[in-house]
Design a protein around this ligand. Sequence first.
Ligand code: AMP
Length: 216
Amino acid sequence: MMVVEFYLKGDNHLISFRMKTFDLLGLSTPVLRAIGELGFESPTPIQEQAIPVMLGGNQDVVALAQTGTGKTAAFGLPLIELLDFTKRDTQALILAPTRELCVQITKDMQNYAKYTPGAHVVSIYGGARIEGQIREVRKGPQIIAATPGRLVDMIERGVVDLSTIEFVVLDEADEMLTMGFKEDLDLILSQTPAEKSTWLFSATMPREVQRIANDY
Ligand code: AMP
C-alpha cells in the first residue's frame, strides 16, 4: 500500500506532498524496478530511517532490528547503490551467524541487484563443500555474505582478500556473539581496511554488542 500525505499550506494554496515510496529515498531505477517486482511498495520503518543515512556512504551505523522488519533491504539496497560493479574487487562483506541466514541474504541481494549490470553476490558458509565456494569466490564477487567460521577458513587458505572491503555489515550481531564468533570476527575485521563503513544490526543490544560497536 502506498501512503500519500497531503499538506495544505497557508492561503496561497501551495500544496506539498510526501509520499512514503521508495523512489523518494534516493534509489536508482534498476533497484526500484527489482524491488517493485518483489512487491515492495513502501519502505518499512527501518528502511525509511536507514536507507537515506546509508546512501551517504561513509557513516557507521548501529541499528536495533529484529528479523521480519525488512532489515536485509535496509542495508542491501544502499550497498547496491554504493558499490562499483565495473570492478571485480570484493567491496562489501556481510557477516551472519547461520548458514540459513547467509543463504537468504544472498538470495535477497541477488534479487535486489537483478537489473544492476555486473553485480555478483556469493555466499560462503560452513557445513557445505568448500571447493565450490572457493571457485565462486575466485570469480570476483563484489559482495560476499559469509558465516564467520568458514570465512576465517577461506582467509587462512588465502582464497579471500578483504583488503578492498569498503563496507562491512554485521547482521544479527548479538547472535554471532552468542554463538561464540567473537574471535573470528576480530580476525576477520583485522583483515579489512581501517577506512570503511561498518553497519551493525542486532535484535538486542547487550553490553558485548555495544562493545563491538565501539571497537569496530
Ligand atoms: P527481513 O527482515 O529482511 O528478513 O525481511 C522480512 C520479509 O519482508 C522478507 O520476506 C522481505 O522480502 C520482506 N520485505 C522487506 N521489505 C519490504 C517492503 N518494503 N515491502 C514489502 N515486503 C518487504
